[in-house]
Design a protein around this ligand. Sequence first.
Ligand code: AMP
Length: 413
Amino acid sequence: MTTFADLGLYDSLLDGLDSMGFEKPTPIQEQVMPHILAGKDIIACAQTGTGKTAAYLLPVLDKISRQEKEHTAALIISPTRELALQIDHAFQGFSYFTSASSIAVYGGGDGHTFDREKKALTEGASVVIATPGRLISHLNLGYVKFDQLDFLVLDEADKMLDMGFYDDILKIIRFLPSKRQNLLFSATMPPKIRDLARKIMHDPFEVNIAISKPAAGVTQTAYVVYDAQKPELLKHILMKRTDPSMLVFASTKQTVKDLEKELRRKGLPARAIHSDLTQEERESVLLSFRTRQTRILVATDILSRGIDIDNIGLVLNYDVPGDAEDYVHRVGRTARAESTGEAITFIGQKDQRRFGVIEELIERVIPKEPLPEGMGQSPMYNPAARSGGGNGGGGNKKRRPPFRKKRKSPANG
Ligand code: AMP
């Protein structure tokens, strides 16, 4: 068994790992760390939950710990504020016994936040963790000290490209010294990532850790439902659970807001997180979930990748995510670090085809549960039919919910 000490990590990092209770490297750490420590560029296909953050932070911190002169040694680019904060949080843990410093640079906040970022960038924080837009604002003002940068890390590169940051990344790279080590982490490897890698990397070592499948410890089930059945079913499931932390995902902000209201009205302590909240509000909601003051968090996909909270017993997909990879990310929020968890998905009438794509991607047929008694019958499941609520020739063409409430489903809100 390889240990962190076998990898030759600096003593103060081993102390940090010890105090965090990390006993042995995860597969991604074991595979990429020796190459990063040896100075190679890396392309790693690995999803959140594999331990990818430590896989790059530890070698970066190792190099910083061995250097005498203080300077900004690493730039880590993240697609979202949430991930940036989470990387910074991990950094604080690993670097506890070192003298390395970090600054997380992301949009939002007030003039005061900008000034604080400016100060850290001017003074040369050891590690800068930034979202692209905000970093460019600082770079344009000319005081950022990247002249001695050793590492460029692109985390969740596929997400960055999905969010339209390709040109921004290239722009940022023009501010960096050409001699540097590049580490690229991505959950998927579409051709555009390869193209980016060709542009910016030098003879990279490649590893592929994450096949796009939820961890083995996740029990996955689904309910095939009419939209009108969803609110009742959600309440029924959540009422029965005793988990201290549960995550409900929905695809639109409006659904998330409606669900928060609906659940609270029914006495279920839920809070919502979505992009209409300010950064402070989001952090406060996350903190209250992390500290278990809030039991149920209702979220859009902004959280599906970033969030790093242990022991989430249940992930419930109120609707099927548009992108099959997002299913894997959402479900990946449970059963982290070899524990077990449960993922339940509501497959609405318009979602059947998309769910079929997910089942193909994860190479698994998810069991479809019958609806609880009194809740009527499910529509037929026929993912091969055209999507669009049963007008595409599936057996569900003319079927109606056996009970019909007048209430409009919030799912389309
Ligand atoms: P990541 O994929 O970087 O988001 O990490 C997923 C989770 O695994 C985080 O909660 C880490 O703190 C944890 N983790 C990472 N590496 C290890 C390790 N070697 N041993 C135990 N837990 C780890």
